[in-house]
Design a protein around this ligand. Structure first.
Ligand SMILES: C[S@@+](CC[C@H](N)C(=O)[O-])C[C@H]1O[C@@H](n2cnc3c(N)ncnc32)[C@H](O)[C@@H]1O
Length: 318
């Protein structure tokens, strides 16, 4: 697959996002939006189309997404209003002008279908490929293969159990270390095979493959997904205008916990935000039927509320 093979893309909870925006803003307003995870550009495009006077700042760290994005913006006549930013979203604060504030910021976490479905990226054991898994393969960060061959058995076990909730993490880590002592582990199929043989025989052909959780865990570790998610919350919130929304779609309990606690800690610290989702907004059954990837999605939203100087300790800093 190349950058031009993005094809048809289903943007998770798009209707929920548009509904929230319509409830809070007039479509005629001059607004500043940020989309921290451009991907195939589905959310960015929908937001730009619904709000014809809005300006969007859309981030991605994947060169394929960015190359496809440039073509997509030209084709859709959005080049003047959407600024595509080649950066990890954790740099949100550093790459944007200091006084730029936002009416809404969206983060749709995780990897894209394009990344999963592009065999040579190494995200999926459906394809035999080098174990890379970096969303930004141009970075100098270690690949999944580097981690598998360099980390200790204890470190591997804790990654598989913490980020993958993998029950057989200890056996898998032990078998990885045994195997790599003979020859480095380089490919998706080699790792899939180790996971398969680490499972008890009667559990090897269950509903999910013995490799699924290990692949998820490694991907999260390689891309520091939980660290950047946790950090970006504190970078975005001070950049919201009064009335501004921060909307985060997460896909597993580890991410959702970070979002829930991250929002709550700013609120508990008396920063003027309102948590609009006491319980997360879930995709409709129709959406799950149309796109099974959305089944684990959870959308949490906060709103920056009016800022009375006497009421909060951050007032003077802004
Ligand atoms: C789930 S997809 C987003 C799909 C998008 N919302 C759409 O409607 O097409 C996630 C995208 O975000 C990017 N991404 C994930 N984490 C990132 C990060 N920390 N910084 C920048 N981009 C990131 C990935 O490269 C991927 O292209």
């Amino acid at each position: 697959m190349s950058s031009s093979d993005y094809g048809q893309h289903y943007s998770v909870q798009k209707e929920d996002i548009l509904k929230l925006l319509k409830e809070h803003f007039s479509t005629e307003d001059n607004l500043n939006f940020a989309d921290l995870t451009f991907g195939a550009g589905g959310h960015t495009t929908a937001m730009a189309n619904l709000f014809p006077n809005a300006k969007l700042y859309s981030f991605d760290q994947d060169p394929d997404a960015l190359a496809n994005g440039q073509e997509h913006l030209i084709k859709n006549n959005l080049k003047d209003r959407v600024c595509l930013i080649d950066s990890n979203f954790v740099n949100f604060d550093n790459v944007l002008e200091e006084d730029l504030k936002f009416d809404a910021v969206l983060l749709d976490a995780g990897v894209s279908s394009h990344q999963f479905d592009t065999g040579e990226r190494g995200f999926s054991f459906r394809f035999d490929a080098p174990l890379d898994m970096r969303m930004n393969p141009k970075s100098s960060d270690p690949t999944a293969a580097d981690l598998l061959n360099e980390l200790s058995m204890e470190e591997l076990q804790s990654i598989f159990s913490e980020y993958g909730e993998e029950k057989f993490s200890k056996t898998i880590a032990k078998n990885i270390v045994e195997q790599r002592s003979q020859k480095p582990i380089r490919t998706t199929k080699e790792l899939e095979d180790i996971c398969f043989h680490s499972y008890p025989k009667k559990l090897r052909f269950g509903k999910i493959s013995p490799a699924t959780k290990v692949f998820q865990a490694l991907r999260i570790k390689v891309n520091k997904e939980l660290d950047v998610l946790s950090e970006v919350i504190g970078r975005v919130i001070p950049r919201l205008k009064n009335g501004g929304l921060f909307m985060i779609i997460s896909f597993h309990s580890l991410e959702d916990r970070i979002v829930k606690h991250g929002f709550k800690s700013w609120k508990d610290d008396n920063y003027p935000i309102e948590i609009l989702t006491k319980k997360p907004i879930l995709p409709s059954s129709q959406e799950i039927f149309e796109n099974s990837r959305s089944r684990s999605a959870k959308l949490r939203v906060i709103k920056k509320v009016n800022d009375w100087p006497s009421k909060n300790k951050y007032a003077k800093k802004e």
